[in-house]
Design a protein around this ligand. Structure first.
Ligand code: FAD
Length: 430
């Protein structure tokens, strides 16, 4: 009797989950498990929480949905809290498992945890088997080795579009053999040292965690509203649910896979239309892939003041007063403040907003960009380590931007994207 653990992390879904599929095909019995890693709820050296309450709430909803989808096919989700390198081997012993299947990590801290778990599992004669499950293009299908990935996005995109193929989606399993799994037992937000914060009613969208809500959102954005057909024209707007896909939070938590989105997009194109907008969503998903592969290439360098560039920024003490004005939306610049208030009260901000507040942080306030990235890490529902730190480094001029420093003229941007002040009026009114 071969028993295996499936260690879910940011892959909280049944569809297109190679880790789960491989575990089922190689084992007689499966124990799905999620570990609340205590380090994910600590305060970092930048003074912000690694996970704020908006994302924690989204995570809880995602786990409730995963558990219920697992139960519908004969299984369930075991929850543990602590250090994965202690908790996962403990469960291995308890269930006499011989293998642990998990998503393969790319980022430095996550990779360190993976290695620690692997070392501890080795001591109890258990193997860790990992799979890459978060990108559109599989790392093994790239037309270059990770170390040779072009540093310029356009070069990366052109070569990949010409020479690589996107793998087909893994179907969701219809049955899982598991021993009886007790009903879901999630920690409270208080136990994670967080306070429940209701999301402001003005939020662009109510992000509900979980695979079922993710698929519902896709069906809305593609088939019901057909908003995808105008995505390229609307994606830079800032007010409302449908100017952009809002897939980010579900993608970040792995409730939906980019390959599944791609597959549905191709169906949509066959059924309705293929145009610049349908292409542009794939273009944006390629940015997401790009930051992942770049993170794999440059590892912890992405988290340093000078990023992946030769040193040019000098380390200086953070001006806490300016930092606080920025986080609170009290800089005095109404466009920046409106965006920062939206982030503070909802955990979301448009891409246009993110570019502007990040540029303002680096160029006008001249603060250490990593504090801005760390605040986003705490605050964003859709926080994704590669997309966040990659975009911040890019705007700070220490990442992959061939043009060096990406300066946004905030006044002009406000005029171009919020001419009638609809966005500012929405967020600056109390
Ligand atoms: P859409 O416009 O509908 O795009 C579809 C998908 O493409 C997104 O869901 C996302 O997965 C991907 N995507 C789009 N733009 C980018 C981009 N510039 N980089 C990487 N992927 C992209 N995105 C995150 O998912 N998590 C983050 O933590 C994050 N931090 C950011 C920090 C800064 C400073 C900036 C400038 C951008 C950041 N982004 C981040 C990228 C982008 O702003 C969000 O993905 C997007 O606004 C989410 O809304 P959407 O899903 O409606 O996007």
């Amino acid at each position: 009797m071969k028993t295996a653990l499936v260690w879910f992390k940011t892959d909280l879904r049944l569809h297109d989950n190679e880790t789960l599929v491989k575990a089922i095909s190689h084992s007689d019995s499966i124990i799905p498990v999620y570990c609340f890693d205590e380090s994910h709820f600590e305060t970092t050296d930048f003074g912000f929480k690694k996970t704020g309450s908006f994302r924690a709430q989204f995570l809880m909803e995602s786990l409730i949905n995963l558990d219920s989808n697992l139960r519908a096919i004969g299984s369930g989700l075991v929850i543990v809290t602590g250090k994965p390198e202690i908790e996962i081997p403990k469960l291995v012993k308890q269930y006499k498992a011989t293998k642990v299947f998990a998503k393969r990590e790319v980022c430095y801290e996550e990779k360190q945890t993976e290695l620690l778990v692997q070392t501890e599992l080795f001591k109890v004669r258990c193997e860790l088997e990992t799979y890459s499950t978060s990108t559109l293009y599989h790392a093994e299908d790239l037309p270059f080795s990770i170390k040779d990935i072009p540093e310029v996005f356009t070069n990366f995109r052109k070569k990949i579009e010409k020479e690589a193929v996107i793998r087909t989606v893994f179907e969701a399993p219809t049955h899982i053999e598991s021993p009886e799994i007790k009903s879901l037992n999630l920690p409270s937000l208080q136990a994670l040292n967080l306070k429940f914060t209701p999301i402001d009613k003005r939020a662009a969208i109510r992000f509900k965690g979980g695979e079922s809500a993710a698929i519902k959102r896709l069906n809305h954005y593609f088939y019901k509203s057909k908003c995808i057909s105008n995505y390229k024209e609307t994606r830079n707007q800032m007010v409302g649910a449908d100017y952009s896909s809002k897939f980010s939070a579900w993608l970040a938590m792995g409730c939906i896979s980019p390959r599944f989105i791609y597959q549905e997009l191709k169906k949509y194109e066959t059924q309705f239309e293929a145009n610049d907008s349908t292409y542009w969503l794939v273009f944006e998903l390629l940015w997401r892939d790009y930051f992942r592969f770049m993170m794999k290439k440059h590892q912890q360098q992405y988290f340093l003041l000078n990023g992946i560039q030769t040193p040019k920024l000098e380390s200086k003490a953070i001006n806490l007063e300016l930092l606080q004005k920025w986080t609170e939306g009290k800089t005095g610049n109404d466009f920046i403040d409106a965006n920062m208030i939206e982030l503070k009260l909802t955990g979301f901000m448009s891409n246009r907003g993110r570019q502007n507040v990040a540029s303002y942080f680096c160029n006008e306030l001249e603060l250490d960009w990593r504090y801005g990235a760390a605040y986003f890490e705490q605050q964003l529902i859709d926080y994704d380590v590669c997309s966040n730190w990659g975009n911040w480094a890019y705007i700070a001029g220490v990442g992959n931007d061939p043009r060096g420093n990406r300066y946004f003229n905030v006044e002009k941007q406000a005029d171009d994207y919020d001419k009638k002040r609809v966005y500012r009026n929405l967020w600056l009114s109390v």
